[in-house]
Design a protein around this ligand. Structure first.
Ligand code: LMR
Length: 337
């Protein structure tokens, strides 16, 4: 071989090796899309996951968090996950119906969780795990449950009793159980993406809505809702989900590290949710823009009595056995159903 040819071969070899190394050094990117503000329990937990994942994989994984429906709205983000356009989401449990896993709507049943302890026993026990398993046939893996809080009602008129909600157009998430809940109150439920709620309230497209204080405050809904009632009538939480093909295709050591980071982020999310919501409620009260009403125990009983028939009505939707299984969990904590 001539000297020039030899030098050429060596150089080409160096270049190929160099580009292979450069390719190897490319981090694995996880796009994490969500619809709420960064300054919420979900937004903060997503940032915590990013921090832990990037630190512990020493930069081999890069997590890009896109809050506030920046990339996708509610329905689109689930499609994007299945197509692999994003890798991670944390949709609310009310949003899995359109995906074909309607059992998650059991979490929407009004007054089904008498306490956070009961909720935790469900999400961290066999019921929660078996629900996550149902996602696998949809090409999705569920990594855990993140808390937000209990929902309050809001509108531009005082809502002291269920009769006050009658005839109001109330925005809901895309859940048949939430639809039934609003109808039980005599309201007209309107399914709408989260990103559109503020404007719909402002322009009067809908009269009112329900959400935990953290979402209400960070979307500035309190600026366009004169009254709120602390009914705590339903729960809002999330399942953190990933594209199955992506997750299973990760190098085993990376996946294990990410699972550890996720478990810690889950603990973090569930530890901050209550305080975040308490702080948001306090901030809204201090703003003086929304007047909040705390129903008495007797008044809560009226809300409960009006809404409990929804459990029976929705047996066909979420499954009678699943509802019974949750009742059993509450009984373990001394609550009667
Ligand atoms: C909503 O659409 O009201 C909530 O699910 C938004 C969220 O993700 O908390």
């Amino acid at each position: 071989m001539k000297f020039r040819t030899l030098v050429g071969c060596v150089l080409a070899g160096v270049l190929v090796a160099g580009s292979a190394m450069a390719q190897q050094a490319q981090p694995i990117v996880i796009k994490f899309s969500h619809v709420v503000a960064a300054d919420t329990p979900k937004g903060k937990a997503a940032e915590m996951f990013k921090k832990l994942a990037e630190e512990r994989t020493k930069g081999r994984v890069k997590v890009e968090v896109y809050p506030n429906s920046q990339l996708y709205k509610d329905k689109e983000e689930l499609e994007a996950l299945q197509l692999g356009a994003v890798q991670m989401l944390a949709p609310s449990l009310a949003k899995f119906g359109p995906l074909g896993v309607k059992e998650f709507e059991v979490f929407d049943l009004p007054y089904i969780f008498p306490s956070k302890e009961v909720l935790r026993a469900v999400t961290e026990g066999p019921i929660g795990m078996s629900l996550l398993k149902k996602l696998e046939s949809k090409g999705i893996i569920g990594l855990g449950y993140w808390d937000n809080g209990f929902k309050i009602l809001s509108a531009n008129k005082p809502l002291k009793s269920p009769a006050d909600v009658k005839g109001l157009k109330m925005r809901i998430q895309s859940s048949k159980v939430l639809d039934a809940q609003m109808r039980a109150l005599g309201a007209l439920p309107q399914v709408m993406a989260f990103s559109e709620v503020y404007q719909a309230l402002q322009t009067g497209v809908v009269d009112g809505t329900e959400n935990p204080p953290s979402n209400m405050y960070t979307q500035k809904m309190h600026e366009v809702q004169k009254y709120g009632t602390l009914t705590n009538h339903g729960y809002l939480g999330y399942a953190v989900i990933v594209n199955k093909k992506f997750w299973e295709g990760l190098p085993a050591d990376i996946r294990a590290t990410l699972e550890g980071a996720m478990n810690e982020s889950t603990r973090f999310a569930n530890a901050i949710a209550q305080t975040e919501n308490d702080d948001s409620l306090a901030a809204m009260k201090a703003s003086g823009k929304t007047e909040f009403y705390q129903p008495t125990k007797e008044e809560i009983d009226v809300w409960r009595k009006t809404l409990l028939p929804v459990h029976k009505d929705m047996e066909g939707r979420v499954g009678a056995e699943l509802i019974q299984a949750i009742y059993k969990e509450s009984e373990k904590f001394g609550f009667k159903n």
